[in-house]
Design a protein around this ligand. Structure first.
Ligand code: G3H
Ligand code: ZN
Length: 287
């Protein structure tokens, strides 16, 4: 089926008070694995390419995005393409031409007024190009090798009243909120602030996005979706699965030289990891 639009998938998830999973993809094998997992689960999915992944591919978003578009076309489930954690205006401006239907513009590290100003400009530009725009207020820590934020550090939690103003002032379509998750966790023991999520849900009329979801255990993910999270972002869990499988494959065959052997092992492990997570995220929450 043709590429779906992120806004449509998130809107449909919100209508049934569920969520859509958004997986970060770095290689063609990630893309193939996530699409296969979504088909196996019978669930729509968002493929996300981050600015860091674009940098890994020489700063060009086009080749990997084209692979994602082509891989989504024969899929039996809706697949959307999202450009994640964008800080560069130049990259933002390439999004529509590369097949992305949405962008997460990341200015959460800036002081509030600056975040508002650059996000407002990004949203205006994105909307003019037909793109759905997600932004972040409060800071989900752990990005780019930086450690987790202390829960009491300024910005470590999204403040509902400030978030209401932020959404009104910027016109964003969705908001990533800081409620206790952290990027790049390799253990699944994060505890979320569900009372804060309830306050944010009550204060805001846009879909809420959970970043750093690899570190959030299944029961917390289910509660978060039940409490109003509509898009669940997962990256590190796939990296852990892929790397462990590649490492095991190579350790088990010291004479291996064909990359297809270990890449297939990595791809299979990513499929399994995504297939395990999808039902938890995509299933309608228990009332
Ligand atoms: O935007 C991407 C996500 O927030 C991924 O976070 O790698 O910790 O799962 P994660
Ligand atoms: Zn993130």
């Amino acid at each position: 089926m043709p590429l779906a639009a992120t806004g449509d998938l998130v809107g449909r998830a919100a209508a049934r008070r569920g969520a859509v999973a958004a997986f970060n993809v770095i290689t063609l094998e990630h893309i193939e694995a996530v699409v296969a997992a979504a088909e196996a689960a019978g669930a729509p999915v968002i493929l996300q390419i981050s600015e860091n992944a674009v940098r890994y591919h020489g700063g060009r978003p086009g080749p990997l995005a084209a692979a994602a578009v082509r891989s989504a076309e024969p899929s039996t489930v809706p697949v959307a393409l999202h450009l994640d954690h964008v800080t560069s205006d130049g990259l933002l401006r390439q999004a529509a031409d590369c097949g992305f239907s949405s962008v997460m513009f990341d200015a959460a590290h800036l002081p509030y007024e600056e975040n508002v100003a650059v996000t407002r400009a990004a949203a205006a530009w994105a909307h003019g190009a037909g793109l759905w725009l997600e932004a972040e207020l409060g800071e989900v820590g752990g990005k780019d090798g930086r450690g987790p934020l202390d829960a009491h550090a300024p910005g470590a939690r999204t403040r509902p009243e400030e978030a209401r103003h932020f959404v009104a002032e910027t016109g964003v379509d969705a908001l990533a909120v800081a409620i206790g998750s952290t990027h790049a966790m390799t253990s699944r023991d994060a505890r979320l602030d569900h009372a804060l999520l309830a306050d944010l849900r009550a204060a805001l009329d846009v879909p809420l996005v959970l970043h750093g979801s690899s570190g959030v255990p299944d029961d917390e993910l289910r509660r978060a979706v039940g409490g109003g999270i509509t898009k669940v972002n997962i990256g590190t869990a796939l990296s852990i699965a892929m790397t462990a499988a590649v490492r095991a494959h190579l350790a088990g065959d010291e004479r291996a030289v064909d990359p297809r052997g270990y890449l297939a092992a990595g791809r299979g492990a990513v499929t399994e990891a995504a297939a395990r997570l999808l039902p938890t995220i995509a299933a309608a929450p228990v009332a």
